[in-house]
Write a protein that binds this ligand. Structure first.
Ligand code: MG
Length: 418
């Protein structure tokens, strides 16, 4: 059907924390942005979308964060759809969708467009893996169909349970020859095989003519039908819904593990002056020498460089910010303790490897290499094989060459969800 404009509603009104975090899942970090920001960006930067409407929680608790997200999306999208519009949602998901549809109707009327010729794609914020290909497949389907739903064929074989999930089948329990000693209940499989080639896993976007889906929700409300998604509402109202090809990358993010890990690297550099009357400590190891490094803490230059590398990789600033030398708490402190604090601050990340280069004319450091490696490996909780420590001179050149100080450079790679 000929259309006049195309809107995308992104439903992000949930405050659910099924992921076991304090942050709603749509605000979890994803691809350098958030789950919601990434999903919104996909639509905002798609050539065929005229406007993106984001539905926010009804209580306004996330308004400030959402406003920041839409500004960021508008900046990065760089197309004609402009800044996404935010509207408050309702109590149930269906109320939130209706709020989004109301805004679409307002926009269509404002532009002088016919709601019967206005396409609306409804998408869950928890699917940031949506692609422009999927968006266009939905729009293309609307040339010949009245509604479209994104779905992927089931790869697993599918069965129904004999009863609703969680109910133990008493008859089978009664037939078993052993007695039940605990209260775990198992759903029992129905013997009927569901034909796999007819089973699809439903995703979003789900796409409709604006006037159709508004009317379908009214019909469902009148009939007391709740439905599970927008396509089921359309189906209830007698609209045929075409299935278009989705992708497993468009799967819903429900648990933290659903968010892909990414690798980041960091570098650190530090210098301390060599003076008489101080101990020389490198990577937590005392090295016998006529001089030691001057500093507020134990002046462990190598550990300091490593801490900066780790903080850098995590985008968390530097050690000066976290452990200011104006704070007496850190006077003479064992830098390995600070390294342990940095490791804690990183949270749920994997440290893949660290590589430290100590630049000193003297003393010879190779006899202490193993101990230094052991210390770092112990504090970071990573294998010794992931900790590389090396030393070099600068051929008598510069301040290290003249023995005025020691410098250290560190690099690390970490893996996490950023
Ligand atoms: Mg330092």
């Amino acid at each position: 059907m000929e259309h006049e404009s195309i809107y995308a509603i992104i439903v992000a009104a949930g405050k659910g924390t099924r992921m076991g975090t304090d942050i709603p899942k749509q605000l979890m970090p994803y691809e350098g942005s958030t789950v919601l920001g990434t999903a919104a960006l996909k639509f905002a930067s798609a050539d065929n979308i005229d406007k993106v409407i984001i539905v926010s929680p009804s209580d306004g608790s996330l308004d400030g964060i959402y406003e920041k997200i839409v500004r960021d999306v508008a900046e990065r999208a760089g197309t004609g759809s402009g800044t996404p519009v935010i509207v408050r949602g309702g109590k149930e998901r269906s109320d939130s969708v209706k709020a989004g549809l109301g805004e679409c109707l307002r926009l269509a009327e404002e532009a002088g467009n016919d709601p019967g010729r206005t396409i609306v794609l409804i998408h869950d914020a928890a699917r940031p893996g949506v692609t422009e290909e999927i968006i266009n497949a939905n729009i293309d389907a609307m040339e010949t169909c009245r509604a479209a739903v994104t779905a992927v064929p089931s790869v697993d074989s599918v069965r129904m349970t004999a009863e609703h999930s969680g109910k133990y089948n008493e008859k089978i329990a009664g037939n078993s020859s052993f007695s039940l000693k605990h209260s775990i209940t198992y759903p029992i499989m129905n013997s009927n095989v569901v034909e796999r080639d007819r089973v699809y896993m439903v995703q979003t976007p789900q796409t409709f003519m604006l006037s159709d889906i508004i009317k379908a929700y009214e019909t469902a409300d009148e009939g007391g039908y709740k439905g599970t998604d927008d396509a089921s509402i359309a189906e209830f109202a007698g609209i045929n819904v075409a299935i278009v090809q989705g992708s497993v990358s468009n799967n819903k993010i429900t648990y933290q593990e659903d968010i892909p890990m990414t690798t980041r690297v960091g570098t650190g550099y530090d210098v301390h002056r060599l003076v008489p009357g101080r101990d020389l400590i490198l990577c937590g190891t005392p090295v016998p020498y006529e001089k030691g490094l001057l500093g507020h803490s134990d002046a462990d230059v190598a550990t300091h460089a490593l801490m900066d590398a780790l903080l850098g990789a995590a985008g968390m600033g530097d050690i000066g910010r976290h452990f200011p030398d104006s704070d007496d708490k850190y006077k003479g402190i064992d830098s390995l303790k600070l390294l342990a604090e940095v490791k804690n601050m990183l949270g749920d990340v994997t440290i893949n490897n660290v590589d430290i280069t100590i630049i000193a004319q003297a003393p010879k450091l190779s006899p202490y290499n193993k101990q230094m490696q052991d210390n770092i490996s112990r504090i970071l909780g990573i294998p010794c094989s992931s900790v590389n420590i090396k030393a070099t001179t600068e051929e008598g050149l510069g301040f290290t060459g003249r023995g005025e100080g020691i410098a250290a450079i560190a690099t690390c790679a970490i893996e996490g969800r950023f």
